[in-house]
Ligand binder design. Structure first.
Ligand code: 5GP
Ligand code: ZN
Length: 118
């Protein structure tokens, strides 16, 4: 999957601002942040989306790291949104599973507008 941009980020072939890294997971800042904090968490192994037979332990790691990212970014108390866009109707644009952590400002009530994207 060398053409996958997040596989390339995971291998260091595309530069990114690392927030957290371990053997299986990488967290890095989004290139087009929708809020003061907008970090993406990816498995280092390629999975297209949430329906790609992702091992439960890896899903646990992704969400555990989301909480750690909130602490690292200092938004664990103020609050944050954790979002996974999976598939066409969710407007997933990068087809390597990723978890968004978005915060640092109040967001509007409800879930329909992803991070209040304009
Ligand atoms: P999706 O819409 O698929 O849920 O989110 C994809 C996210 O990846 C978008 O928020 C977009 O800004 C981000 N993104 C796309 N390409 C790159 C890149 O090369 N580097 C980084 N850091 N983020 C990217
Ligand atoms: Zn990939």
């Amino acid at each position: 999957m060398s053409e996958c941009i997040f596989c390339m980020v995971a291998k260091g072939e595309i530069p990114s601002r690392t927030v957290y890294e371990d053997d299986s997971v990488l967290a890095f800042d989004d290139i087009a942040p929708q809020a003061p904090v907008h970090t993406l968490i990816i498995p280092k192994t390629h999975y297209a989306d949430l329906s790609d037979d992702v091992p439960a332990a890896l899903l646990g790691s992704l969400f555990s790291v989301a909480a750690q990212v909130a602490v690292i970014k200092g938004i664990d108390k103020s609050g944050y949104r954790v979002i996974v866009n999976s598939g066409p109707d969710a407007c997933q644009t990068v087809h390597h599973l990723h978890v968004h952590v978005i915060g640092g400002r109040p967001m509007s009530h409800g879930m329909v507008n992803f991070a209040d994207r304009p």
